[in-house]
Design a protein around this ligand. Sequence first.
Ligand code: ZN
Ligand code: ZN
Length: 664
Amino acid sequence: MKIFFYDVAVPLPIRHCFTYKSDQLIRKGSRIVIPFGSRKLIGIIVKKIVPDEVIKKDKSIKYIDSVIDQFALFENSIFDTIIWASEYYHHPIGEVFQSFIPTSLRKAKTNIDIDESLVNNSIYEIEEVDKKFGLTSYQSKAVNRLSNLKGFKPALLYGVTGSGKTEVYLRLTEDLIKKKKSVLILVPEINLTPQLLKRFESRFKGEIGLYHSKQTPKKRLNTWLKAKFGKINIVIGTRSSILMPLKNLGLIIIDEEHDQSYRQSDGFKFSARDVGIKRAQEEKIPIILGSATPSLQTLRLVQEKKYKKIDMLTRVDGKAPPRLITMDINNSNMEGGIAEETVDAIKATLKKNEQVLIFINRRGFAPIFQCGQCGWVAECKSCDSNLVYHQNKNRLICHRCESAYLANNSCPECNKKDFYFHGTGTERIEEILSNTFLDTPIIRVDQDSTKKVGSMDKIIQDINSADAAILVGTQMLAKGHDFPKVTLSIILNADNGLISPEINALEKISQLLIQVSGRAGRNNNLAKVLIQTRYPDDINLNKIKTGDYLSFAMQCLSKNKKIGLPPYSAMCMLRCSSPTQKNNINFLNKAVRELNKKSDLSVIGPLPSLISKSKGNFRHNVYIQANQKSQLNRILKRLIKELSDWPESKKVKWTFDIDPIEIN
Ligand SMILES: [Zn+2]
Ligand SMILES: [Zn+2]
């Protein structure tokens, strides 16, 4: 009997594969059941190995119990992209595979029947009536140039807000569908999927796949299988769908490519945009990165002629974008973060029967709940963070771990009943405004008001069918949606972004301001964005105010080049957590000593995280910066080999955060 040997990835935080044997020839990427200690685990075949004499005679190598599916779960370019991602992000291989396996296939031994319903190709008929509006000259140029891309070609579709990027995506999809190819379209937020799906469904008669984490595991698996076996050729999804298996994939579209939601920050930390670019390279297909506020990373690659850039510089409606106006609030009367003058501007807008959008980057009522007598502040028991008061639920909620506490009637320290609130969240703004504008509908859009499936859809409908109204919301409101009746947008706390020490703070705040301005005033030349600020003379704010994102971003880019910041250097955080601070410090100090032996490396730390305690564990970081990605990669590889044997590393949980979006 011939015996084959395999490297197998197991779904555990272990950085190497395990060797197993079998008398069957098994394809790489297949799911198998293996004995692991006293457990049975589902592993993935990584490769067949040529055994030497030692391996052949090794009695401890166990047999694979069984092969689960008749097909490989991960094939070709997807398989290769996963291997690349595990190396690039220095993350345990089994966990990387695990994060791309549909949930229903992760544990239970689900048997898949490949029947007609999965295999028969959908026929997509084009609804010609849906194309009644002509394209702008920018749109038709973009469609022409993008549909001529051959092979691996990343292209930035730089379209100002309202320039009609979606129509370009629809035309390109039509072109590929006619060539019997598939298209994968990613958006940063689940909330943006319904409207995009609707646009695609009115253009194409045929099944369009949807894939995101709010769906049931059964639904997700269904889409995944139909895509894999050829029934579906168009899939719209969020970051978890970036490795969606699609037959004959012809194009990947990453809409709003600058959006930080493409970055997964828990567990396997990766950027779906960057994984998508790698996948396109493996598949030798074009990838389109769409944005009105492209990331510095993408702009650098455009500047170096590695990516193409296609411009759409006019709105579909031919109108100018809203003006950004700063409002100096240093001498203003404020209530809950809103200036008196702002309230007047709201009044004037409502009077004209138009809508107002108010952006504030915090949900809940107030971020600090304090005793007026003794100064006690409500804090989470397991995290180092203040509890946010949520008035609707009368609860104090930790925004890190979502623990909810009853809001006490009396102070736990001094027993007095004298609480007050600091700061402002969406709920508080909602309350203040509803006291002033008694008859105006106030619609709140945040994580709390959109929890239920379909609630965002309903909210959008309410907004569009209302006349005068005030929308109060977080990031959610700033992304992608069009609110044609909004003619005044207000940004309450832009200052946090202007003075933040984070590396990419200016990139983020400029993107936010331009994106918020893009939500408003479609079809209206008088729309404006009001930015409340205590720094009206801030040089950056005044540049952003011109509305010319691109030239501001190019200035940031050349500044970063001069001082060697990303995207002109490679950055990584070594993050660690454990129940004691000492364990963290001991481990990180040893890692720093090791790293300092290498030259050309900037190493800072160990430092406590901004939230230094989370879910009961202390968290500390070391910041590592190198000139080149390849250099950083080599150094980390060596470091991992060494530290895996340290007793100090056994006492903590450690991970690498490559290309981090936050460095605290
Ligand atoms: Zn007290
Ligand atoms: Zn907490």
